[in-house]
Design a protein around this ligand. Structure first.
Ligand code: UD1
Length: 342
């Protein structure tokens, strides 16, 4: 069975993708430096799949180790590259950390594969669209000036992939532009594991509901949206994981669009923060303690994706809705309370 390298494979989206690769008959191999994840996730994956995935702990910014790994593993046919720093606020405070981690790891990996045929799936973000002019936003929409160094690393990485795919014959690449990944595996054995105070909405909601946080602050209630709160396209992490398997399959088959392509990975439907809270309360049976607070700097008001291209050409479509997203995120939070990780 084809071996697929999953960098950042113990992280939130990475771990779910490892499970879906296994389910699709691939052999996932993980590289992770554990900077934002926990080694116990390997055991959790094993509880789901029955197989503890092959794991290599090192930092892809280490060029010598990256080259040595590639030399020692000639049977890897595809890469899904998640490993990157991803906190928007931290990237504004520490831009060099973001440019160092996100670019050196990508460039080392690409360099190590020079001349070797390789399928490469890159973890990108709808942040490249900024505040879109039209909704739902399609892949053809202009890439806007990045609002943060984190967003800039995603934009520039996409450009790097487009250019290397055009210049050299051996790279077949797809960038997946994720909307807002939430939820957890149906087993409640893996899910999002934020270090410290969560920056993202869903872990903040579940941690508030379970009593780890006193209350959720809704960042802004006076936006030009039906209920005044921001709108996002939330996507179940298991659906998102399956999109990566679909991307690998398309690259294996040969992408008729050429050797560099981008796809939106969302549901095509937007929910406001207040609607997300209501969906959580319904799915969990918990009343959430929240207040409407000031706006957060740099927030996009509304964004949701057009998924026509991914449905038609990637052969993938999100299957799980907001109720499953909320119920699974809540089941995972409750699991963590009984079985702490880290
Ligand atoms: C952001 C980035 C995205 C990145 C992701 C990774 C932008 C536009 N988006 O997504 O590219 O991949 O982080 O972490 O930069 N909210 C609250 N209270 C909270 C937390 C969030 O009201 O305590 C609201 C936000 O204002 C937003 C929504 O919930 O409207 C989702 O926020 P979040 O989960 O942080 O994701 P994004 O900002 O959409």
């Amino acid at each position: 069975m084809s071996k697929i390298l999953v960098t950042g494979g113990t992280g939130f989206i990475g771990s779910h993708t490892v499970v879906e690769l296994h389910n699709a008959g691939y052999t996932p191999v993980i590289i992770d430096n554990l900077s934002n994840s926990n080694i116990q996730i390997l055991d959790q994956i094993a509880k789901i799949t029955g197989v503890r995935p092959e794991f290599h702990e090192f930092d892809l910014c280490d060029e010598a180790k990256t080259h040595a790994f590639v030399q020692a593993n000639p049977d890897i046919t595809g890469i899904i590259h998640f490993a990157a720093s991803k906190a928007v606020g931290e990237s504004v405070e520490q831009p060099l950390k973001y440019y160092h981690n996100n670019f050196f790891s990508l460039i080392n990996l690409l360099n190590a594969y020079r001349g070797k045929p390789i399928n490469f799936v890159f973890s990108s973000s709808c942040t490249v669209y900024g505040e879109p002019d039209t909704l739902p936003v399609t892949e053809a929409a202009p890439v806007k000036q990045a609002a943060s160094p984190y967003g800039n690393t995603k934009q520039i990485s996409e450009e790097i992939l487009a250019e290397i795919s055009a210049a050299y014959g051996n790279y077949n690449t797809i960038a997946l532009r994720y909307f807002n990944p939430v939820g957890a595996h149906s087993s409640a054995l893996i899910g999002e594991l934020p270090l410290g105070v969560p920056q993202n909405l869903l872990p903040f909601i579940t941690q508030t509901a379970i009593g780890k946080r006193e209350k959720l602050t809704v960042f802004g209630g006076d936006y030009d949206t039906p209920d005044g709160s921001c709108i996002r396209d939330y996507i179940h992490v298991v659906d998102l994981a399956k999109a990566h398997v679909a991307a690998i399959r398309l690259l294996e088959k040969g992408n008729p669009n050429g050797n560099y392509d981008v796809f939106n990975v969302g549901t095509g439907k937007g929910y406001s923060v207040l609607e997300a809270i209501a969906a959580f309360e319904k799915a969990s049976g918990q009343k959430l303690n929240y207040v409407i607070g000031p706006r957060r700097d740099g927030d996009i008001i509304r964004v949701w994706g057009d998924v026509t291209k991914s449905t038609a050409q990637l052969g993938w479509k999100a299957e799980l809705g907001i109720d499953e997203m909320m119920a699974s995120a809540w089941a995972w939070e409750k699991y963590l309370q009984e079985n702490p990780i880290g």
